[in-house]
Design a protein around this ligand. Structure first.
Ligand SMILES: Nc1nc2c(ncn2[C@@H]2O[C@H](COP(=O)(O)OP(=O)(O)OP(=O)(O)O)[C@@H](O)[C@H]2O)c(=O)[nH]1
Ligand SMILES: [Mg+2]
Length: 733
């Protein structure tokens, strides 16, 4: 101020012409103003430049904020502590009150309060750790957002959740797969009325004298008392779960489990308990979850919903309580699947037609039956997903026995899922995850993780002797039992787990040329150009393991491919090096045969192939499956009939003599070429009725029995898991 006055006085001469009277006048006015400014400084301070304000502030008496009243918080072990103080007490309102206490003018008070508020905010942001405020969950989230530079998308929020072993979860799958988005909203918020079932709020207030007042951090539902509705509780749980507010969860648990009586949220109490269980599991508070689950099981069994059970199961799995998850699921499975009876007689087309002829009562009954059927389908989906979550958790926890057990249960469900008319998309089982989990266990097993287990000594120990040669086969079984999904990612996972190494071993032209019969094998036979070599490539997920060509007659020997033989067998074959090692437990041979009926080879060569095949089918003891490939567009040709005769005669005789005989499977190839636009996986192709009829008659005439028929396409990769079901015979031998 003084400086300004001095400058004013020193400049005045240039402005006014420079008389001494003027200078004296200006100086005296300046002095007068200086003395006035000392008296009214709070009023005029806002007129001053910023630096001078801050200088001035240093000399002002400090603004004393009233100390915020502590809000008690209950820690996990039930003890109350003063961990948290309300940030409300440090906002501008309080600061205004403080300024008012200094007894200055209203405007000055307001300004001072604003400054104090700003100062406080600046200190909080710059120091970043105001221990008191940082305890508040909303403040934590806000700070996290600031640290992330305003990136507040859902994923980054989740990343900051303080789950134990979060990294491990992430390595196992996406949040959606794990149910991090457990969304019970559709259930609770829409179904719970504001009045509590058949009890009004006032009734309850009269009945519940022992309800205590619970202060919550939530601003929307700031307290729980006798006036609280179920809807309020849902909101409070939701918020507590989203913001990881353990204090609120504990308070809600006290309220719900200990204080309100059974009439609270009548008919919906089970849902509230489920939601609270899920929320507490999100916070890793197993004790509260356990109490909720037990009460739900004992008192609300009849109203348990699969959607809720599934969410609890996922929550338990996240906290590594796999056995408890099983118990919840078993409870769920033990309830009848109402509405499932109607599946058998349901025909959508008939239903549409008949509806026009129904009267009102019949229509009502029909609608009711549709509703029940849809509900049952929904339940089924949740149950199947819960089992798959449990199975994959067991696999990722390196508990293959339990994982195999769970996958077995999933397989049992396959039939019902088919009956219910559900598609692979409806059920949405994460098969690729399951396959990867099982593959993880399998690789541990190959590393010797369970080699020294004495199963007879410990009943709870893992039981490797009961596992298949590759644990992934159990998942494949369940996959086949369910509606086919034909998803590339699943098949990639399956192939990577089942076919780890492939190598061309030899091309045999007679029995002596075949490799030692020390493992199972499968053979692909069929007329020339039908797609044998292409199918071998498709099944092993290799581009050119077997050579293919548009021109018939590409394959001219019995080509042997080893799957999962010892590592570096290729080096041994190619360079004659002596490579140590052993083949894997699930190794087998794939044999790609020359095409029959190829006109361009000599009659002598054709006869040679035919004789070799007779001998091969007759003598190769390790042959487990013969795949006969027939073009799906044309059905069995003359050449196919000859092959069928041969197989029927040789294998039929072996079967009669009760000797080991290979399984005969018919594969219809090039399914994608049958219908227009059939290249997409959603439209995989069809076989005409004429072709099917011809095929059945030919099979009957040639005594091959009712061989399984699999429709495939090497282009769209249709039918690959179904064919793998039979490759397994060879791997398991
Ligand atoms: N569109 C379509 N083409 C296929 C399919 N399978 C095979 N082909 C084609 O059919 C031709 C013959 O395929 P190959 O796999 O060589 O047939 P092959 O039975 O091994 O023939 P040979 O070795 O002569 O006995 C190739 O041009 C393939 O691209 C299929 O599923 N869909
Ligand atoms: Mg070929």
């Amino acid at each position: 101020m003084l400086m300004t006055m001095w400058m004013m006085s020193s400049r005045t001469p240039h402005v006014s012409g420079g008389t001494s009277i003027g200078r004296i006048m200006t100086t005296s006015i300046a002095l007068l103003l200086v003395s006035l400014s000392c008296v009214v400084s709070p009023v005029t301070s806002f007129l001053l430049p910023r630096q001078q304000q801050s200088l001035q502030q240093q000399h002002q008496p400090p603004i004393v904020l009233p100390s915020p009243s502590p809000l008690p918080i209950t820690s996990e072990d039930g003890q109350r502590s003063l961990l948290y103080q309300s940030p409300q007490s440090q906002d501008g309102k309080t600061a205004t009150t403080a300024a008012a206490a200094t007894g200055t003018s209203k405007r000055a008070q307001r300004k001072a309060a604003q400054r104090a508020k700003k100062q406080l905010q600046q200190t909080q942001t710059s120091n970043n750790i105001n221990k008191v405020t940082s305890q508040h969950p909303e403040a934590i989230i806000k700070r996290q957002k600031q640290q992330q530079g305003g990136n507040n998308n859902t994923n980054s929020k989740r990343r900051n959740h303080n789950f134990a072993q979060r990294a491990e979860y992430l390595s196992e799958g996406t949040d959606e797969q794990f149910g991090f988005n457990d969304n019970l909203d559709q259930l609770t918020l829409t179904t719970i009325p504001k009045t509590q079932g058949d009890t009004t709020i006032d009734d309850r207030a009269a009945n519940n004298n022992n309800i205590q007042f619970h202060q919550l951090h939530s601003r929307r539902v700031s307290k729980l008392d006798e006036k609280t509705t179920a809807d309020d509780v849902v909101k409070a749980i939701k918020r507590a779960q989203n913001l990881h507010d353990e204090h609120d969860v504990v308070e809600i648990a006290h309220f719900l489990l200990e204080e309100v009586d059974q009439s609270f949220a009548y008919g919906y109490r089970g849902s509230l308990l489920s939601r609270l269980a899920v929320a507490s599991l999100h916070l890793q508070n197993y004790d509260i979850a356990k109490r909720c689950i037990i009460e739900r099981r004992i008192s609300h069994r009849s109203s348990m919903l699969p959607l809720e059970s599934a969410a609890i199961v996922r929550g338990l799995l996240r906290c590594h309580h796999t056995m408890e998850a099983w118990e919840v699921l078993e409870d769920e499975l033990s309830l009848p699947l109402e509405g499932s009876v109607q599946w058998e007689n349901y025909n959508e087309e008939n239903n549409k037609r008949n509806k026009n002829e129904m009267n009102d009562d019949e229509l009502h009954l029909e609608d009711e039956s549709i509703r029940r059927r849809l509900e049952a389908r929904d339940k089924l989906v949740h149950r199947a997903r819960s089992i798959s979550s449990i199975a994959s958790r067991h696999f990722y926890e390196m508990e293959p026995t339990e994982g195999i057990n769970a996958v077995g249960k999933l397989k049992e469900m396959g039939g019902i899922v088919h009956q219910a008319g559900l598609t692979a998309e409806d059920v949405g089982i994460p098969w690729d995850r399951l396959v990867k989990g099982a593959a993880l266990c399998e690789s541990k097993r190959r590393d010797g993780a369970w080699d020294n287990i004495d199963e007879s000594e410990d009943a709870t120990a893992e039981t490797p002797s009961s596992w298949p040669c590759n644990i992934v086969y159990t998942v494949l079984d369940a996959m086949i039992a369910f509606p086919s999904e034909n998803k590339d990612v699943t098949f990639e996972a399956l192939c990577n787990a089942l076919v780890r190494r492939t190598v061309f071993v030899t091309g045999a032209v007679d029995m002596e040329g075949c490799p030692e019969a020390d493992r199972g094998e499968v053979a692909f036979i069929g007329r020339s150009n039908v797609g044998k070599s292409s199918l071998v490539n498709m099944l092993t997920n290799r581009k050119s393991l077997a050579f293919t060509s548009k021109t018939p007659g590409k394959t001219q020997q019995f080509n042997y491919f080893a799957v999962n033989d010892k590592p570096e067998l290729a080096r041994q074959i190619r360079y004659g090096d002596d490579v140590p090692g052993e083949k894997d437990r699930d190794s087998f041979y794939i044999v790609d045969l020359p095409g029959f009926g190829f006109a361009k080879v000599t009659q002598q060569l054709r006869q040679q192939w035919s004789d070799f095949m007779d001998e091969y089918l007759q003598e190769r003891e390790t042959l487990q499956a013969v795949f006969h490939l027939i073009d799906a567009r044309h059905g069995p040709t003359d050449e196919d009939i000859k092959i069928m005769q041969k197989v029927g005669t040789i294998l039929g005789a072996k079967q009669q003599a009760k000797e080991h005989c290979a399984k005969y499977i018919i594969i219809l190839t090039k399914a994608d070429k049958n219908v227009k636009n059939a290249k997409s996986q959603s439209n995989p192709g069809k076989v005409s009725n004429k072709v099917m009829e011809k095929l059945i008659v030919t099979m009957k005439e040639n005594r091959v029995g009712y061989a399984p028929i699999v429709l495939t396409s090497s282009e769209t990769r249709l039918g690959r898991d179904e064919v793998w079901k039979y490759l397994r015979f060879a791997a398991e031998r």
